[in-house]
Ligand binder design. Sequence first.
Ligand code: GDP
Ligand code: IMO
Ligand code: MG
Length: 430
Amino acid sequence: MPGTCVIGLQWGDEAKGKLVDLLTSRFEVVVRYQGGANAGHTVVVGDKTYKLHHVPSGILTRGVVNVVTPGVVINPPTILREIDSLMAQGVEVGSNLMLSDRAHVVFPWHIAEDKVMDQATGGENIGTTLRGIGPCYRDKVGRAHAIRLGDMLRPDFAQRVEHIVAAKNKLLIGIGSQAEALDAVAIVDEYSSYARRLKPYVAETTHFLLDAVETGKNLLFEGAQGSLLDIDHGTFPYVTSSNASGVGVSGGSGVPGRWIGKVIGVAKGYTTRVGGGPFPTELDDAVGQRIRDLGREYGTTTGRPRRCGWFDAVAVRYAARLSGIDCISLMMMDVLSQLDEIRICTAYEIDGQRTDRFPSHCDDLRRVKPVYETFAGWQTDVTGVRVYGDLPEAARRYIDRVSELVGKPVEIVSVGPDRAQTMFTGSMAV
Ligand code: GDP
Ligand code: IMO
Ligand code: MG
């Protein structure tokens, strides 16, 4: 079956970028299908570190076509900076990158709205990345104020911007924005120059991908964010504005589910979350800080410290079922190596009742008491381990328990950011 997906099983930053880069040599096409510049995927190759926001992590492998599909929202200046930075690092970016003309564009009004709306949420803020993601998807669904990448190259682009800016200036005042009024002429000027630079990459991607699957090409789909941030199935309203679980692959890319043969769920050996929202296994103490320091848990996109906590098997099992995964890629096992004791949340207790079901309402998720199983740490440096059987027995026991609780085999184990620090077993063995 031509399609394989890499999907985050937690609240993002599970090291999807590392895994996609590593798997790319087995594929001909790599596809980003949702999210936008809120994503920050880090790929480490030798002494070079690449930070990708829109461009698929397949870009570092020569001969692979990287496709950004209609489900992604594109921020022109950010993607141009990303392309420039890749080229400055010696990466080829040309006909190996295709951007869908159907992808919606993030404009300055979306970023202005994001700033005001995040502050206006009753109670805890969502803590968005302030990249205009929610407002851009809102306008896409609303249609009247949406501009797609292909629209930027059409003769009525200036007219559309003027029409939208007139409405947005009123809206921004109405929702309490303190920002200066938007200047339509300046925006048209600036964004027309971005459009000219992006034009060589703009393409019709849906037929391209359908032709690819029908002719037996192998496609790798790169998820952004994580299943628990999914707009429909995540911890609403503390989610992103797209289908970040496996359910988003077809909708965002246009490739029917019948072409997807394998789904790899990516999880850290612990949990992190950036921004607001409930997090049952959060460690607001020295252990949490230790994990943050050891795992360098600071956001790739915003630099914010990531909240850290124990592995939550209730949440990951829910995400694994939702995303229809076949196997797990368990990352950051080197970080856990340094701890005396490690815990896994195996169930929740709510109102004195034990459950293994992930609740649908955030208020209930806030009330759950995690039930933990405790493991002795292995306290052995595993960053140099290259063969699964050479991992300390305690680490293998931990991995087996993760498999058992999530209900799927762990077939990839990562012990460091580098490509070489990865072990493949079972169906993923090379
Ligand atoms: P993504 O958004 O899912 O692609 O993940 P990020 O790139 O935001 O965050 C993952 C971070 O962990 C990156 O800095 C990676 O270089 C790093 N990383 C990946 N795998 C490992 C690992 O096994 N151990 C350690 N210590 N770091 C890793
Ligand atoms: P990658 O692809 C982690 C979080 C934000 C916030 C919420 C909504 O690198 O895993 P948004 O700007 O999308 O409206 O923010 O979602 N968030 C992420 N957290 N990794 C990401 O992407 C994220 N993208 C969005 O912190 O809580
Ligand atoms: Mg990230």
